[in-house]
Design a protein around this ligand. Sequence first.
Ligand code: AMP
Length: 497
Amino acid sequence: MQTGHGDGATPDRATTDEPREKCGVVGVSLADRDAARPVYYALYALQHRGQDSAGIVTHDGFQQHDHVEMGLVGDAFDEADVEALAGSTGIGHVRYPTAGSVDQSCAQPFTVSFNSGSLGLSHNGNLVNADELRDELAGLGHAFTSDGDTEVIAHDLARNLLDGDLLHAVRETMGRIHGSYSLTVMHDDRVLGVRDPRGNRPLVVGELDDGYVLASESAAIDVLDGDLVRDVRPGEAILLDADGTGYESRQLFEVDDTAHCFFEHVYFARPDSVIDGTLVYDARRELGGALWRESGIDTDVVMPVPDSGRAFASGYADAAQADDASVEFAEGLMKNRYVGRTFIMPTQDERERAVRLKLNPIRSTVEGKSVTLIDDSIVRGTTSTQLVELLRDAGAESVHVRIGAPPIVAPCYFGIDMATREELIAADKTTAEIRETVGADSLAYLSVDAVAAALDEVREDLCLGCVTGEYPYDVAGEATDRDVDRPSPTGLAEADD
Ligand code: AMP
């Protein structure tokens, strides 16, 4: 997707009708069976990464087939749709909902047919120079049907494919696109996966009994009974063999520092996925333990905001008990799983109502107790404010809030649908002011250094833009925390495996 930064405009996201994406991508190549069904199952496993639209593109050796629809995976496809997608190679995509209208023109995979073949493209991430490239390509005669950045990548790739093979074209395009991207690409019957040179968004490769799979998260490999081989390296392309027997690896770009999104570990990814070598569940428990060590308070009970705070609260409780604190882990809030995400409700009033609809206290675990409430993050502050009130109404003696991430002070330009600066409660408030707004007896966030340590990374290798306001890519009007010169391509070297 594009955010309008490339033209030098201030990249402010006050206009919330812009498409904002946080997506999941898949690519599959099999020896001797149709790819559509495994891609479909993998998309189910990645449903949390996007609920706006779902799509699959396959190739049967002669022609491309596609089915892309708005809605959840289960609604976008019926049995006949999956059956109709012939061919043993395929890619898929799930897209995150937008705050405003739903728009089929942004649904993916994006497809292009050109003189020498067909192309399908699934993108997770966000370019910062899409407008610039769109203008340039439009000037060369390319006709665009959406204002998304995925179409820009697709047209650029199609152009580069006129003078070379897929790896050559991907390398050329990578030299031109700037920002975050994990892509699965299908050129005729070849499937390729690539991660941007700083590896902002996750992408893994896995092995099946009869083929190979690329996916945003390893949970998608698990549902196919496959084995995780490894993360795709930042700047690396993995080209799956068309017959499902193996893959080629090419390190197309190299940079000294990575920019892994810490928020994938904190909130976005599934706890059962392994990202950049770490099980997300373990990372969240580590973060919870660090939270205890930094700002623990020995209340009667510690309880998670379900489901996002659960692993944090269990890590916090274990670390507390290891320190001989008497705090006990308790589930004090019940979640109605049929209510959608409160975050994407269009008005504040609806968001408040939705939190109440979604979570109900279990009075007996709260009444007369001092409570520590743990969540992964505070964005607008709606959830915490409502829950503190709810717990007090249920008889809590005191409510202390602990958050497993630092205050979110700035927007995300690289693919997480966060909020605009105006909406972020921590953008212009101190922690003391937020505590007052939220109505808690005490409030503490985790420090940036503790996040890096818990994720076993140095700060310089993480994208911490939303909590520091300094970004690892050059966003017009925003500060950077490193040398953001564009990386140069390597020779088409083969990466070690
Ligand atoms: P808020 O009520 O706006 O403070 O949002 C905080 C809640 O939203 C927490 O429970 C988070 O788990 C969740 N959350 C954090 N980031 C996101 C996001 N990008 N999309 C949807 N929900 C989120």
